[in-house]
Design a protein around this ligand. Sequence first.
Ligand code: NAD
Length: 475
Amino acid sequence: MRYPDLHMIIDGEKISAGHRTTHRVVNPATGETLGDLPLADAADLDRALDTAQRGFKLWRESTAQERAAVLQGAARLMMERQEALARVATMEEGKTLAEARIEVLMNVGLFNFYAGEAQRIYGRQLVRSGGMRSTVMYEPVGPVAAFSPWNFPLGNPGRKLGAPIAAGCSVILKSAEETPASALGVLQCLLDAGLPKEVAQAVFGVPDQVSRHLLASPIIRKLSFTGSTVVGKHLAKLAADDMKRTTMELGGHGPVLVFDDADVDTVLATVVGQKYRNAGQVCVSPTRFIVQESVFEKFRDGFIERASQIRVGNGLDEGTQMGPMANPRRPDAMERLIGDAVARGARLGTGGERIGNQGFFYAPSVVSEVPLDAEIMNEEPFGPVAIINPFGRVEDMIAEANRLPYGLAAYAWTQNAPLQRRLMREVETGMLGINTSMIGGADAPFGGVKWSGHGHEDGPEGLHACLVAKAVHEG
Ligand code: NAD
């Protein structure tokens, strides 16, 4: 399949490079150039802002049924185009085709869910004494500036577009310059399903220039960002200057508590695959395995054995279980973090090296008995490495889970019901999986606490994040 031509979509017009500077998009499995992406200049961004303002005036007047019809139509088109969308995502990001196909299904589920939720944006009426009454209305917040990263090239743009469109907002999407064709593919499904061209647009550019330009404009009323905590804090400060609403999905450092009553083989059968999904470049990836001493050795050795058998290759090839990392920054980070851990006395169980001399491959890796001051214990690795450490007491395990300023996803494996309830209360996290790695779903809120961000995507919460309440009191 040929990789598509790259463009921006502003006011419905496909904008190709012309006089603009471009960004080279690379296949991470081969290092080959896929295409050249036009980057927006200030005039492009001003045009997108003007269009978003018109788009909001238009779309806020749409009926819930009209919004639902567009979202359902886009979901149908994504299903029809599943294979083409998935192939493009794999070419740009490296993940296996099977994972890319699942991303399409996630978007289909989310758009269908929000088609329903759009029709359930209820207000309420309050009866007061003396014939007075008050009305609580929910209105769309306004034009949204949305920034999505490269690790879920289809799913992240789907999340950035679905809820605002269901709520009646317009959106300017800047997805990652590394994976533009996937984002364009998702937006095109919405436009082909009848979304007015002013309502959703796609721009690309130098990230800091685009975000500063859009967030400086009073037209934008909400910032939605998924990415690293350091960039999230920077953008939240820019948004604060104009009191824009924010939804921030930031990094994590997923603790996995494995207690002594857990069946080690059952846990391994789930968590090893989960760890190396998308080469570990997942914000809810399980990262710090906090394992009770009596099962520690069996767990560590079983993990190493399974990790060393993973078939690494081009995501387009049948039988590949893990693809390359998405960009050259990630294997560099793996080398630094694993090298530092080993230098401080950690045990390298498997991996710890690049694979081949083309693309950005890094071996599935396991480090254990890692000291707490190692960089990898404190910085999100965002790569194919599991950290496995032994602990004795339950309170120490919970303390380790809560030690970092992150709190996105946490996991626990135990059949002990009172302990499960204690974990539900005490683990500082936005999402907790107990005896499961499945923590998402179109109908459930996805988001974190502490430095992992605030606000939610998905679920009714994700829709409400795009609405503002207005209370009207009548005498
Ligand atoms: P990065 O922090 O430079 O970029 C992360 C994302 O933010 C990218 O999509 C990038 O285009 C965007 N970005 C960067 N600066 C921006 C700005 N000033 N304005 C708007 N957008 C901006 O890091 P990276 O090297 O691309 O990724 C590495 C780290 O990012 C990882 O270690 C991980 O912590 C984090 N990350 C998190 C997620 C997530 O799902 N939460 C996804 C991707 C990356």
